[in-house]
Design a protein around this ligand. Structure first.
Ligand code: C2E
Ligand code: MG
Ligand code: MG
Length: 711
């Protein structure tokens, strides 16, 4: 019913009774109290009047000829909008059966005859007031539900005792539950929450319970059809009358559209529409975040500032459409290059799309974090210049472009967004001055280092082509007697300008640039060739050990290289020994162990080099396919002066022997060291005491005995 309540409005009571005296008495009892009265003498006229006059209350006699009171009441209840109109039935005194049937028929209340006329008006007015209150409540519930529907809101309460959750209609709609399921269990509800958001939501509820504070959170709801909505939830603690927590209650609001709009706005504000990369604003924000992080863990971070060379010319000659395509092509190559670089792979945190931004025009930046050293930036810059040097095919044109890159790094060149950006920009201009298509560090000394490395790298490449590498051989002897047992092949580079260079200087750079693979293959082949030369000269065969870098194990192919070197020289595998450092083994165990097993199946012995520097344990060693343990020089160095060091080395030797490994001590320089080692049962030694590594011609001088033995 949609009648508004106002004090001025008079209430209408419909009296239904076949007895005219009764009707008259009711009228006289009610009218003086401001109530209007309408009369009906039987059931059918009562129903007709009800429809036309829409009374506020019905007084209904049970017993009437024709349709009785019960039937009339039932009929009224069936009428639209009449469900809540008070219907009071008039029954005989003590007629319990009638009272029961009256309620069954939907009556609101009953009055027993004889009627107390004085009280009747009070009773009627009370019932009218109660009905009005109920109507008012219902109306406000409807208004609330409407408002919630409009605001896409809903509400819920969870009783802490029972765990039951009572929900509003709006809530059910948002969570995609059917309207009827107003009472839910927590488990059912949680199933609708996105799995990633459940912990945060539960944490919010827990905070609310523990601290009594209300909490709010945005989370995703997954509907039965799989679609997702974003919901803003608020939770508060409801206290019982005793002041103790009794229930959690809260509201939910579907904010999906708002979130999407916000995302869209944010995306537009932070991205370049041409390339989809982040723009200047986003770059600055990311740099700020990365700087804060780097300051916390004392990390190295750098920015490359790329400006294309003569981009304007392309726009002017080929048109803006080609210019735009070119910028997109450059963006793609930058992202691909950065993604492929191990600098990014190592950092793990920032992905390539986030590293590259377009500041505007033909300017791009690349933000690199978690760097091991500043020179990593030069590596990426070089790769970028290489990537750009491949011509672009655009709308039927072959477009050639290059770029100039400025490099700046924290903490070297600054520690805030503006300074780093300004310095990168300045360094980029420096690169332009230097003839474009190159990179420059902001700090001059960095350029010198980068240049030095670049020169060294090209010299090493050339050295490999021109046969500037050679192997020297350091003899190994058995303890205690000193019989020659073999040689370790050690790599040397004869730099035409500097003379002999030791591997510590060039191996790391070879590993970084990938040069280690061809160089390593050369070492293997050369060691086998030397074995073949000695064999062909009629000398007794002695094993030669060759050092391997962990980089040679990556990507496969090592076992094949070894097999090929042996086959080409027709050298038996048992004369070749391979050494891998303990730390390399630990670095990439998966790649290394499988290959070692395959090599061992060929009949090659495997040695763990520099043992003791890599923190592996003996129990770990036992599981590895290893035959020889080479104890690092640092353990041998002080055994004569330090009892602790001596005890340690003695223990290492005996444990190695217990594992049935051949134990070799490296870097033995004195007779005292040799005697101690012999006393502990160390199998072999190598060191300056016997000889440093020497060229092959000199090495044979150590093996006269063997030469004699053969004949
Ligand atoms: P390493 O395999 O542990 O080789 C032993 C190093 O100790 C050699 O240095 C050797 O000259 C030096 N040494 C030997 N006896 C003594 C001594 O009594 N006192 C002192 N102070 N030093 C001694 P080198 O030749 O400079 O080689 C250094 C490292 O470079 C080698 O350590 C090895 O890890 C690596 N290396 C050498 N050749 C190759 C190679 O062909 N390929 C690879 N991947 N690495 C190599
Ligand atoms: Mg070695
Ligand atoms: Mg060693």
């Amino acid at each position: 019913m949609s009648r508004e309540s106002s004090p001025a409005k008079r209430r209408l009571v419909l009296v239904v009774d076949d007895d005219p005296t009764m009707r008259l008495l009711v009228r006289e009892a009610l009218e003086p109290h401001g109530l209007d009265v309408e009369e009906a003498a039987d059931g059918s006229s009562a129903l007709a009047l009800f429809r036309t006059r829409d009374p506020d209350l019905v007084l209904l006699d049970v017993q009437m000829p024709g349709i009785d009171g019960f039937a009339v009441c039932e009929e009224i209840r069936r009428m639209p909008g009449a469900l809540h109109t008070p219907v009071v039935m008039i029954t005989g005194l003590d007629d319990v059966e009638s009272v029961r049937r009256a309620y069954e028929a939907g009556a609101t209340d009953f009055i027993a005859k004889p009627i107390s006329w004085l009280i009747l008006s009070h009773r009627v007015r009370y019932l009218l007031r109660a009905a009005e209150t109920v109507r008012e409540l219902r109306r406000s519930q409807e208004r609330l539900a409407n408002a919630q529907r409009l605001a896409r809101m809903g509400s819920w309460q969870m009783e802490l005792g029972s765990g039951e959750i009572h929900t509003s209609e709006g809530f059910l709609t948002i969570y995609g539950f059917p309207r009827g399921e107003a009472v839910l269990r927590l488990k059912t509800l949680m199933e609708r929450i996105h799995p990633d958001d459940r912990p945060a939501l539960l944490a919010a509820a827990e905070t609310c319970l523990r601290e009594g504070r209300s909490a709010q959170i945005d989370h995703r709801v997954v509907l039965p059809d799989g679609s997702e909505r974003v919901v803003h939830s608020q939770v508060t603690l409801g206290l019982g009358e005793n002041g103790r927590p009794q229930r959690l209650e809260g509201t939910v609001q579907d904010v999906t559209e708002r979130k999407q709009a916000e995302e869209q706005i944010r995306y537009l504000a932070y991205h370049d529409s041409l390339t989809g990369l982040g723009n200047r604003l986003l770059f600055k924000e990311r740099l700020g975040v990365a700087l804060a992080q780097a300051r916390r863990n004392d990390g190295v971070l750098g920015v490359l500032f790329l400006d294309l060379d003569h981009f304007k010319r392309i726009n002017d000659t080929l048109g803006h459409s080609v210019g735009d395509r070119l910028l997109q092509g450059v963006a793609d190559r930058l992202v691909a290059t950065v993604r492929a670089s191990d600098v990014i792979a190592r950092s793990g945190r920032m992905d390539a799309d986030h590293a590259v931004s377009r500041l505007g025009g033909d300017e791009f930046t690349i933000l690199l974090t978690d760097l091991r050293e500043v020179q990593d930036l030069a590596k990426v810059a070089r790769r970028i210049l290489d990537a750009l040097s491949v011509p672009f095919a655009l709308e039927g044109h072959e477009v050639v472009i290059s770029g100039s890159i400025g490099i700046t790094a924290r903490p070297l060149d600054g520690d805030d967004v503006e300074t780093l950006l300004r310095n990168a920009d300045a360094a980029m201009y420096h690169a332009k001055d230097r003839g474009r298509n190159n990179y420059q560090f902001y700090t001059e000394s960095m350029n010198a280092v980068a240049l030095e490395r670049l020169i060294l790298e090209s010299k090493l490449r050339r050295g490999l082509e021109h046969g500037e590498f050679e192997l020297h051989y350091q003899p190994k002897v058995a303890l205690p007697e000193g019989r020659l047992t073999g040689f370790e092949a050690l790599l040397r580079w004869r730099d035409p300008e500097e003379g002999l260079v030791l591997p510590g200087v060039f191996i790391p750079l070879c590993e970084e640039t990938g040069l280690i693979r061809p160089l390593g293959d050369w070492v293997l082949l050369e060691a086998c060739r030397q074995l073949a030369r000695w064999r062909d000269a009629g000398r007794a065969p002695l094993p030669v050990s060759v050092n391997l870098s962990v980089h040679q194990f990556r990507g496969g192919g090592l076992v094949e290289s070894v097999r090929r070197a042996l086959a080409e020289t027709r050298v038996d595998a048992r004369w070749l020994e391979l050494e891998i450092t303990e730390s390399a083994l630990l670095q990439d165990e998966a790649a290394v162990v499988g290959a070692l097993e395959a090599l061992r199946r060929l009949g090659i012995r495997i040695a763990i080099d520099d043992f003791g520097t890599g923190y592996s344990s003996f129990s770990y060693l036992r599981r590895l396919p290893v035959d020889v343990l080479k104890i690092d020089r640092s353990f041998v160095q002080h055994i004569e002066t330090s009892a602790d060091e001596a005890a340690l080395l003695g223990a290492i030797v005996s444990m190695g022997r217990a594992l049935r490994l051949r134990v070799i001590a490296e870097g033995v320089e004195t007779m005292g060291q040799r005697e101690l080692l012999a006393g502990w049962g160390c199998d072999e030694m190598q060191g300056f005491l016997i000889s440093p590594a020497v060229p092959a011609e000199a090495a044979v001088a150590f093996a006269p005995v063997a030469a004699v033995k053969r004949t």
